[in-house]
Design a protein around this ligand. Sequence first.
Ligand SMILES: Nc1ncnc2c1ncn2[C@@H]1O[C@H](COP(=O)(O)OP(=O)(O)O)[C@@H](O)[C@H]1O
Ligand SMILES: O=P(O)(O)OC[C@H]1O[C@](O)(COP(=O)(O)O)[C@@H](O)[C@@H]1O
Length: 303
Amino acid sequence: MIYTVTLNPSVDYIVEVNDFQTGHLHRMKREEKFPGGKGINVSRVLTRMNVPTKALGFIGGFTGDYIKETLQEEGTSSAFISVEGDSRINIKLKSGQETEINGDGPSITEFHIKKLFQQLEAVEEGSIVVVGGSIPSSLPRNLYEMIVRTCSQKGIRVVVDASGEALRQAILAQPFLIKPNQYELEELFETKIHTLEEAIPFGRKLVEMGAQHVIVSMGALGAALCTDNRVYIAHVPPGDVINSIGAGDSLVAGFIGTYWRTNDKEEAFKIGVATGSATAFSHDLCTVEHVQQLVGKVHIREI
Ligand SMILES: Nc1ncnc2c1ncn2[C@@H]1O[C@H](COP(=O)(O)OP(=O)(O)O)[C@@H](O)[C@H]1O
Ligand SMILES: O=P(O)(O)OC[C@H]1O[C@](O)(COP(=O)(O)O)[C@@H](O)[C@@H]1O
């Protein structure tokens, strides 16, 4: 089973307007809403891939009900812990470019965290846990590190899709996989990165620092998978980007779902990249059929 933990789920509210200008009234050209948050997106894609998954995390209020019910309708199993307050609504404004405004989310107490750790204690050995997204401000920055340590002791591999201090601390606990994007890599190393080639030494450094596998994703520029002794690079398939929200989460789902089935890292990387791109070329998250159409266009090379 692949469990996902989303501390701060969201309703992603996608709004498209023509020629957005601050201070003006706009009429929406298109609006859509989806359950969101990194772990939830991973679970939604895993369900489409027919990989057993359960979404954990904290939800509350009417937005929490929407998230839970939508997952249920799609056949994604969940065991969320209820909190006071509404799960956040993250605004994704499209007008030529994508602008994101993500909320802080409801406050979570020690009582709720204890409940989450009880759930993690019950996870079966050999499972994979994916934790991702921002840590609400009411929680300690080293929470992901604590989750990695707790799970690793029981032979459970943990994937961390986070940024900044939460990611830096989690790396110390040797997670199975991390997936920084260009911005997150630049932030970690306080530098500017322009090409995939420039990103590779930083990916390798993250392996030296403790991560067992690192996927650096650079949008249209491609992605690199660094392991303890190998580096693979992938070129992404060409296509028109409709919605890059959830593309990174889809890459994680495609990789970990395939790895779960095959134990083959190179194949998992190839399908992961195709899954990310299929989402980038869709309104919602990808379909499996779309991923299959793109796989042949993803080229992987070991360097
Ligand atoms: N312009 C694009 N063309 C093709 N694939 C893309 C594009 N943007 C994103 N993707 C796909 O989504 C993956 C993750 O995108 P990226 O922007 O790097 O991460 P994140 O969504 O975490 O910011 C990429 O590795 C690729 O597979
Ligand atoms: O927890 P954060 O960092 O605010 O991010 C949450 C947002 O990221 C997403 O999970 C999308 O992430 P990616 O584009 O990186 O795949 C959205 O669904 C959600 O609104």
